[in-house]
Ligand binder design. Structure first.
Ligand code: 0HH
Length: 208
């Protein structure tokens, strides 16, 4: 296993959660940052299964689709539950995170000026769902008693929501303590403080 190769644009974007997971699992990866001018030449795009990045290489296995990559890492690094029942619940939670991420990205890339305030106003109606799951599970994680790939997805997305609206978790104590707990895991903390993480903007259009 590893070292892995991650090919992506110079943004945190859809690669942050996988890098946080890899860091927490003590894994190393090589990073190929693709500048937009190189991407526009078209050859790399043509070679990608869906014409998009990220691309993830694990030896001769080449994967596209960030959530498929996260599932692959979850399977191989003990972050996909302890049985099929937990794995199914983890899939459900990861898909729930993806729904909110899609809404966030649509606002960021297509409607920031008019859409930011309504997005923030509606955010509690999404956060309360994750809060309820955390309250019910009682372990501090979404499913089971250790972080799954869905927790890394949620954590990454919550970091972005806090940049957008620093008070957004104030009325969600379990979600807030989830973020604090994930942030204070030593290897996660070290990654979040690294240049590799800090130098990259969250999104590709300067909005956050
Ligand atoms: N469902 C896919 C996944 O989860 C979606 C991938 C995707 O949207 O993997 N890829 C986009 C880049 S992510 C893509 O390949 C958004 C970040 C954009 C930052 C780009 C700015 C670069 C600044 C130098 N888009 C390119 C394309 O579709 O041609």
């Amino acid at each position: 296993m590893g070292p892995y190769i991650i090919t992506y644009f110079p943004v945190r974007g859809r690669c942050s959660a996988m890098k946080i997971l890899l860091s927490d699992k003590d894994q190393v990866w090589k990073e190929n940052l693709v500048e937009i001018a190189d991407w526009m030449k078209g050859d790399l795009k043509k070679s990608c299964v869906f014409g998009q990045l990220p691309k993830f290489e694990d030896g001769d296995l080449v994967l596209f689709q960030s959530n498929a990559i996260l599932r692959h890492l979850g399977r191989n690094h003990d972050a996909y539950g302890k049985n099929n029942r937990e794995a199914s619940l983890i899939d459900m939670m990861a898909d729930g995170v993806e729904d909110l991420r899609t809404k966030y990205l649509k606002m960021i890339y297509q409607d920031y000026d008019n859409g930011k305030d309504p997005y923030i106003k509606d955010l509690p109606n999404h956060l309360d769902k994750f809060e309820a799951v955390l309250v019910k599970n009682k372990t501090g994680f979404l499913v089971g008693n250790q972080p799954s790939f869905a927790d890394y997805c949620l954590f990454d997305l919550m970091l972005n929501q806090l940049v957008l609206c620093p008070t957004c978790l104030d009325t969600f104590p379990s979600l807030k303590s989830f973020v604090e707990k994930m942030k204070s895991r030593p290897k996660v903390k070290a990654f979040l403080e690294s240049d590799g993480y800090k130098k990259l903007p969250i999104n590709g259009n300067g909005k956050q």
